[in-house]
Design a protein around this ligand. Structure first.
Ligand code: ADP
Length: 493
């Protein structure tokens, strides 16, 4: 079966279930399928076809054929038009896409709608770049004419996570296609549905067969086959640092693929005495509890200066206790379920370890309800530097809060992490904001805001949070390779 009618609480639609390879919907070579689970009900939604290494092989061949064939003959302007067309189709189909995201991922429908909007805008943004990818001429001497070309890298393997399925997909295919690459994309096994529906829109947009291939499948089989494939030229991966390491190893052991890795985080959120407490609480709250804490740059370590600490924690606790947890399709829901039983158990284990290590649960710490993977927003205090809840990425609605005295101490605490994805500062003093931003070892620093991401602004990690940058103009350099051409000139003197 390659399609099925699915009824969500807000819309009924036709869900594709196959693998999307070379512009066709097919079953996997091994004929296997797997269930995707609704995290709200813990029940299967539907079974999708599973890609194995053989399917990766076929998809890579299709992507290579498209790269050297039709896509190489498609002008930059036409590549841009196709991305803009896809953006329009995302907007036209936004109700279905948002409903699929909430069904499969569990995020509140209001959040899914924002995700779809951002996904469409990201496609349009990169569509605009397609005809603006230029090299340089370099004036070296009178004997040469020298210029650079920014050429596409080739076939790109793209492996995406489950926390922002559609946004991740567009962040990856947008710059890849704008620069003239072709793609074999694997969605996360927890959330295959929106990527498959998006593939129907790619067909509708007229993107040529083989330019984007979308596979549902598991990390250890399809994902590992992409990482090890010798005819994939580049990988862009978003996910855990542990898997990022294995992709680095596979790239090194195979064909030295170019890599963009967007990995884990344990981001610090620093609130200074002069901050507006109400506003700082709002951003600290969104920083950790938005998308159920399933955000790689979540502000999971909160440092508050001593004079306002008591006031801050009182307001912060009140805000966390008031969170509406429930069915993602209920209008008032802010927080839906965690993505899976595996993640639910992992988060609850971290909460337990925090309690056993002597940290104090200020709010939350328990399951919410009896069905679905719901966890109460949880705030820990009395946390020391060596506790695992302080050092490790939990990827759930769990944060630690600590008091600090001086700016120097805040910087030192914030930088005391193997990760370096993001950080934030709350202050009304422009000097503090710039001085401290300069000192923080993180790829993004927010001031008086949090999780303020934009497709126009580069995003990526320092330290073990990754390499390369996604989004903005900077992403283009990770999807092109520079060729220098030097032409010796004949003198006519
Ligand atoms: P999480 O633990 O949050 O699920 P992962 O890093 O395991 O995050 O998964 C992110 C993406 O990486 C998913 O698409 C997953 O299938 C894929 N993945 C997992 N393991 C591997 C692997 N060994 N090689 C390639 N991809 C993998």
């Amino acid at each position: 079966m390659l399609t099925l009618t699915i009824k969500t609480p807000v819309i009924t639609y036709t869900q594709p279930l196959g693998l999307f390879i070379d512009g066709q919907w097919v079953e996997g070579v091994r004929g296997k399928t797997f269930d995707t689970i609704n995290p709200t009900t813990e029940q299967p939604i539907v079974a999708v076809h599973e890609a194995g290494p053989e399917d990766v092989e076929i998809a890579v061949r299709a992507a290579r054929k498209a790269f050297t064939g039709i896509w190489s003959r498609t002008s930059p302007t036409d590549r841009g038009k196709l991305l803009v067309k896809l953006a329009e189709l995302f907007e036209e189909h936004s109700d279905v896409l948002a409903a699929i995201e909430s069904l499969d991922n569990g995020k509140a429908l209001s959040l899914s709608k924002v995700d779809v909007k951002i996904a469409a805008e990201t496609l349009r943004y990169y569509g605009g770049w397609a005809d603006k990818i230029n090299g340089k001429t370099i004036d070296t001497d009178h004997e040469h004419f020298t210029y650079t070309r920014h050429e596409p890298i080739g076939v790109c393997g793209q492996i995406i996570p489950w926390n922002f399925p559609l946004v991740s997909l567009t962040m990856k295919i947008g710059p890849a296609l704008a620069c003239g690459n072709t793609v074999v994309l694997k969605t996360a096994e927890q959330t295959p549905l929106s990527g498959l529906y998006a593939a129907t829109l790619m067909q509708k947009a007229g993107i040529p067969a083989g330019v984007i291939n979308v596979l549902s499948g598991f990390g250890l089989t399809a994902g590992a086959a992409i990482a090890a494939h010798t005819d994939i030229d580049k990988i862009s991966f978003t996910g855990s640092t542990a898997v990022g390491r294995s992709i680095l190893q596979a790239a090194a052991a195979s064909n030295i693929k170019k890599l963009t890795l967007e990995l884990g985080g344990k981001s610090a959120n620093i609130v200074f005495n002069d901050a507006d407490v109400e506003e700082a609480v709002t951003w600290a709250h969104l920083g950790i509890f938005w998308n159920h804490g399933q955000v790689c740059c979540a502000g999971s370590r909160i440092y508050v200066q001593s004079r306002i600490y008591d006031d801050f924690i009182k307001t912060f606790k009140a805000r966390a206790s008031a969170v509406v947890i429930g069915d993602p399709f209920d209008q008032d829901t802010f927080q839906g379920p965690q993505i899976s039983k595996v993640q639910y158990d992992r988060i609850m284990d971290y909460i337990q370890s925090g309690i056993e290590d002597g940290a104090v649960v200020e709010v939350g710490g328990k399951r919410h309800g009896t069905k679905g993977y719901f966890i109460q927003p949880t705030i820990f205090s009395n946390v020391s530097r060596d506790m695992s809840i302080m050092r490790e990425e939990i990827f759930g609605p769990v944060c630690v809060i600590c008091k600090f005295e001086t700016e120097q101490e805040a910087i030192e605490l914030a930088n005391d992490s193997n990760y370096g994805l993001a950080a934030a500062i709350h202050t009304t003093d422009i000097n503090t904001s710039i001085r401290v931003s300069n000192k923080l070892k993180a790829g993004t620093v927010w001031v008086n805001t949090y999780n303020s991401l934009s497709y126009q602004v580069p995003f990526g990690g320092f330290k073990e949070s990754g390499m390369g940058r996604e989004m903005g103009e900077y992403a283009l350099s990770d999807y092109t390779q520079v060729k220098s051409v030097r032409i010796r000139l004949k003198s006519n003197l």
